[in-house]
Write a protein that binds this ligand. Structure first.
Ligand code: IPE
Ligand code: IPE
Ligand code: MG
Ligand code: MG
Length: 357
């Protein structure tokens, strides 16, 4: 038993001692806000994101100090805030203005953060947003429970928006994300996973929240069903491209830029597209090596595997699949009238494929 959190429990600690132990492990929070208050020349999206961060700060509060601390720890560490951006940009592109936009943008970031807290426990990840993961810092139990707090806080906020369609979209998305994570668990260490089944996991665990975020902008603006579907299509395609690139960066990315460890997927035996394509295109002995590495989560085989994925073009194949999805996202934007927000959405889809963080 090497987890210090478990050791404290095993020593028969009372709840109060355990709380004191956790609080003593807290780092000094000297974190700059993810988006500093915008100056006069700031991009309007930065001003809007700063407002979303204000809502996030207000809604994070809990009577339980440990919840405040852990939630602040992960939320104030930054993150790209892509999902809130989608809510803001689609609402703006369709001419909606109102405080609900900021509330919904904060809600999707809370749901996203809850999934990250849970995902890092499941994936046994040690680094997130450039710092130790909450599970590494505070233990698995605290991480899972604070993830639950963030999910349920998001639902309290949804109710306060008082729109049935909003509840419908977000309840559905949250449920599908959970299905995606469980499906992925079932696929772990399975080298025979089909590309179609791999893509289904991506659609569920990642693209669904992108889709919901984009759709919510349209729902707020009271868009026609056809326009709402185009927004949802953009979100779904962008989210799929985004996860494909995430899976690519787990092989070719840099940990300092990503703020998370590369190689986590291989260590876990996750059959992602870079490995599926390398097995499809590789020689029989290369295929066997990758199969074995997936079945046993062999991170130490990374050098040989990198040679194979490069030789077979599996990384560029993964990037091409992401590009196809990003193009589809760009295409969906033609349903929107031209605007500054639409241009920003186009730039987001173009950049999603070439990102390094
Ligand atoms: C990480 O999402 C999880 C995936 C869907 C790949 P992000 O890359 O959006 O994480 P942050 O919010 O910027 O940290
Ligand atoms: C995305 O998958 C997980 C969620 C949608 C929560 P990953 O497991 O690849 O995400 P990272 O790489 O840990 O951010
Ligand atoms: Mg993960
Ligand atoms: Mg990943």
């Amino acid at each position: 038993m090497c987890d210090p959190h478990e050791q404290v429990w095993a020593a028969g600690a009372s709840q109060r001692t355990y709380n004191r132990f956790l609080l003593s492990a807290l780092p000094v929070l000297d974190i700059a806000p993810a988006h500093s208050p915008a100056g006069p020349a700031a991009d309007p999206i930065d001003t809007a994101l700063a407002r979303v961060d204000d809502v996030i700060r207000q809604r994070l509060s809990s009577r339980v100090a440990l919840i405040d601390q852990i939630a602040q720890y992960i939320i104030t560490a930054g993150g790209k805030r892509i999902r809130p951006r989608l809510v803001l940009l689609f609402a703006e592109a369709l001419g909606f203005e109102g405080p609900e936009t900021y509330e919904l943008a904060a809600i999707v970031e809370f749901i996203h953060t809850a999934t990250l807290l849970h995902d890092d426990v499941v994936d046994e990840s040690a680094l997130r947003r450039g710092r130790a993961t909450a599970n590494a810092m505070f233990g698995n139990a605290a991480s899972v429970l604070v993830g639950d707090f963030l999910y349920s806080r998001a639902f309290q906020m949804m109710v306060s928006v008082n729109r049935m369609r909003v509840l419908d979209v977000l309840a559905d998305a949250t449920n599908v994300i959970a299905e995606g994570e469980v499906l992925q668990l079932l696929n772990m260490r399975d080298p025979d996973l089909s590309v179609a089944d791999y893509l289904q996991v991506i659609r569920f665990k990642t693209a669904k929240l992108f889709e919901a975020s984009a759709r919510l902008g349209a729902v707020l603006a009271g868009a026609s069903p056809a326009v709402e579907e185009a927004c949802a299509d953009y979100g779904r395609s962008l989210g799929t491209a985004f996860q494909l690139v995430d899976d690519l960066l787990d092989y070719e990315g840099k940990s300092v830029e990503l703020g998370k460890n590369v190689g986590d997927d291989l260590r876990e035996g996750k059959p992602t597209l870079p490995l599926l394509l390398a097995m499809e295109k590789g020689l029989p002995e290369e295929r066997d090596l990758i199969r074995h590495a997936i079945e046993h989560g062999e991170l130490h085989k990374m050098p040989e595997i990198m040679t194979i994925v490069n030789r077979t073009g599996a990384l560029s194949g993964t990037r091409a699949a992401a590009q196809e999805q990003a193009d589809r996202a760009s295409q969906a934007l033609t349903a929107l009238p031209p605007s500054r927000a639409r241009d920003a959405l186009l730039e987001l889809s173009v950049r999603s494929v070439n990102r390094s963080s």
